[in-house]
Unconditional design. Structure first.
Length: 273
């Protein structure tokens, strides 16, 4: 085990996959990380599809949800109950948009620990090259060293692009601004990350951007629910409208047929008998 703890099995799996890609597939360690990223994202495609469907549904039903929030703005508990009921009736999972990130966090942390002791645990046994792009970047060095800042600049650009595609489905401007600012806020924390970890995240962002562009063109959008009003006919086609119940009756008790009877009036306003 590289690091003891709950993520050790995942770290061992990542180590085995990286070693196989390097020794059997003949890839360098850096390109093995790229291939590992592609494999992970391919496994997460069903989750990503659910994410896109959920975001589209939230976007379509946004006016109705906003109306519920306005109706119960004085009662937060009732507002939450009505929103959850609305989600259930329309089969909306508001948390589905977070699933891809939730699944990737353990992989990201595990890969960090794998690369942290990479030279001692893996590279010493397998050998090879630690460089990427003609020796410009060493995957075990901190991303702030050497040509790492170039990698950071590409990362920020790719992160902004991928988060922008995600934020277009959000109705709140505050949410859009927050998700666009997050890549800049994270910069001070990633300067000491191994460059190999940045390669993983950069490849993830590029995959997310391409996947978002493709799926939005190929996947059909959910059907917009029809707007109902006071003139909208009842859902049950067999239901008798209230006005149809009071039909004029004839002498035999059945419904009257033929043209309506005309009533003649005299000049005094009295009807002729």
């Amino acid at each position: 085990m590289i690091v003891g703890g709950i993520l050790s099995p995942l770290e061992n799996v990542l180590t085995e996959v990286l070693t196989w890609l390097h020794e059997s597939a003949g890839l360098t360690w850096a390109w093995s990380i790229v291939a590992l990223t592609v494999i992970v994202r391919m496994l997460l495609v069903p989750v990503a599809i659910r994410q896109i469907h959920s975001m589209q549904s939230l976007q379509i039903h946004a006016p109705e949800m906003k109306a519920i929030q306005q109706r119960y703005k004085a009662d937060r508990q009732r507002q939450s109950e009505e929103l959850m009921k609305f989600y259930k009736e329309n089969k909306i999972n508001p948390y589905a948009s977070c699933l891809p990130i939730v699944f990737q966090i353990p992989i990201f942390i595990s890969l960090f620990f794998v690369l942290k002791d990479f030279e001692k645990e893996i590279f010493a046994q397998s050998g090879g090259s630690l460089d990427w792009l003609v020796g410009l970047i060493d995957i075990t060095e901190p991303v702030k060293d050497g040509w790492g800042p170039v990698l950071i600049a590409v990362y920020v650009l790719s992160q902004l692009t991928s988060t922008y595609l995600m934020s277009t489905a959000m109705q709140s401007k505050a949410q859009r601004y927050m998700i666009l600012v997050l890549p800049i806020v994270f910069l001070p924390f990633i300067l000491n990350f191994p460059s190999g970890l940045m390669i993983y995240w950069l490849t993830t962002n590029l995959w997310t951007t391409g996947q978002g562009l493709i799926t939005r063109r190929l996947m059909p959008k959910p059907v917009v629910p029809p707007k109902r009003s006071s003139r909208t006919p009842p859902k049950d086609a067999g239901e008798t409208p209230p006005t149809a119940a009071a039909e004029p009756q004839g002498d035999g008790g059945g419904p009257r047929t033929g043209p309506p009877r005309r009533v003649k009036r005299k000049r005094g306003g009295k009807a002729r008998r």
